[in-house]
Write a protein that binds this ligand. Structure first.
Ligand code: PLP
Length: 452
């Protein structure tokens, strides 16, 4: 290589790759939780003269590595985290060498990958023709992007132009599921809308909106529903909600952060009838699809409205060819969609379906075995999420969680579902095997036996 400085980068890249290989070869047999006993060493005061690259990577590998939670491996069942598929992980590594900004002028090939990935997702999720969108850092930012779009579109239909600001704008209404994810409420606030004024819709025992309890909608209303309840995986009744929204001229938004992918399996297909009636959808890559963090997708059936809300239009930018920064909040950003492209290309249509079906079957088995151990799972297993509690002894659930976490055999967290205390298990890692599920169930069984 001619440039010796680039040779230094190439060496660091190769060194880091080898360290990554070592990490991946041991993470599956390790204690799941992090060993944080030495992490303070990472906060050394900034040296006057820099250290050599190898010593930086040494510190990162040793102290940093042991301070990681083994979310990359199959015995992590907390939240909905997912791991990283081989092609997506490899793509991340290549992207770090390329250092492209996702834009027509600075990263034409990665932009093409993102475009392909977006159209594959629209196709896989059977969203209406013409639907398009943008990659964001996650579902929170995707929700925010679409809530801003919805807000602006409803207001401009009411004669209040984009650019006029919110002061003096007509009052919009928000109708939302009582179970909508907490981050969506944050997005509502970031969009300058009122959470205090939300008209809540009560839910059934699975966490689905009771459409009979929806208020009358109108053309000033934004309806927030979800595909994939974080405790049960349930999907709101989309057809009924969609038809009401259509009849009233309301905007229907679906948060499907992790759950929308379950449409690609055959176990839940009917639940997604009516999905195509919505105006906007959110889905994550970094959770269920198992790409590295962070990537989410904002999808809209009116991409021109997204553009009207998000476009930049600086004098030195080409006026005609809108890029990703014209549909999402960020201007300069990584080509995170290229990892989604790699994940989808390596799985194919069947591979995506097989993966979500595997998550579902593991979750069904977890629920069955927990019931056999005397736990109550007060919901159907719609997808990959299982909430469990101990009837008459709910307080013990937190102790069981702590016991299992300390054992290093598995990791999941406590949860409260419809007023009941228990714990929640999420199957979302592409490597999770029958053996991993065996170890999870045994760890819970041991914890319960020791505590009783
Ligand atoms: C995780 C999650 C979010 C937020 O997604 P991020 O990608 O973490 O920003 C929103 N809604 C639901 C249902 C989620 O599970």
């Amino acid at each position: 290589m001619e440039n010796s400085l680039l040779e230094l980068q190439a060496e660091a890249f190769s060194d880091a790759a080898n360290r990554g290989v070592r990490y991946l070869r041991q993470i599956g047999s390790r204690h799941v939780d992090a060993d944080t006993s030495r992490i303070a060493e990472l906060g050394v005061s900034l040296p006057e003269h820099g250290r050599d690259v190898k010593s930086v990577l040494d510190l990162m590998e040793t102290v940093g590595g042991e301070g990681t939670v083994a979310t990359a491996a199959g015995r992590y069942f907390g939240y909905v985290i997912g791991g990283a598929l081989p092609a997506a992980s490899g793509a991340r590594a290549l992207l770090s060498a390329w250092d492209q900004v996702a834009d027509q002028l600075t990263g034409p090939s990665v932009l093409e990958m993102e475009k392909a990935a977006l159209s594959w997702i629209v196709d896989l999720l059977q969203l209406p023709e013409g639907t398009s969108g943008a990659f964001t850092t996650g579902a929170t930012m995707a929700n925010m992007t679409l809530l801003v779009t919805a807000r602006d579109t409803l207001l401009s239909r009411l004669g209040h132009a984009r650019g006029a600001g919110l002061v003096g704008a007509p009052q919009l209404r928000i109708v939302a599921s009582r179970e909508i994810h907490a981050t969506v409420l944050k997005s509502v606030r970031m969009a300058g809308l009122s959470t205090d004024g939300i008209e809540w819709v009560e839910v059934d025992g699975e966490g689905r909106m009771l459409t009979g309890k929806m208020p009358k909608l109108d053309e000033r209303t934004l309806v927030l529903c979800q595909a994939g309840n974080v405790c049960t995986g349930a999907v709101d009744p989309l057809t009924e909600i969609g038809e009401s929204c259509r009849a009233a001229g309301a905007w229907m938004h679906v948060d499907g952060a992790f759950g929308l992918w379950s449409r690609t399996g055959s176990f839940l297909r009917r639940a997604f009838d009516g999905l195509e009636l919505a105006d906007s959808w959110v889905v994550d890559s970094h959770k269920t699809l198992n790409t590295p963090y962070d990537a989410g997708v904002a999808l809209c059936r009116h991409p021109e409205e997204m553009q009207a809300s998000m476009a930049i239009g600086a004098g030195y930018l080409p006026a005609t060819n809108p890029g990703p920064s014209d549909r999402a909040p960020e201007f300069s950003r990584s080509a995170r969609g290229a990892e989604t492209w790699a994940a989808l290309l390596s799985l194919g249509r069947q591979g995506v379906s097989d993966m979500v079906t595997r998550f579902h079957l593991h979750a069904v088995r977890v629920a069955r075995e927990l019931r056999e151990l005397g736990f109550e799972v007060p919901h159907q297993v719609h997808f990959n999420q299982v909430f469990a509690t101990l009837p008459g002894n709910e307080e013990m659930c937190a102790q069981i969680v702590a016991h299992v976490q300390a054992s290093g055999e598995a990791w999941f967290g406590p949860a409260v579902w419809q007023g009941r205390k228990g714990f929640r298990i999420s199957v979302s890692n592409w490597t999770t095997s029958d053996d991993d599920v065996d170890r999870l169930v045994s760890a819970i069984k041991d914890a319960k036996a020791q505590l009783l």
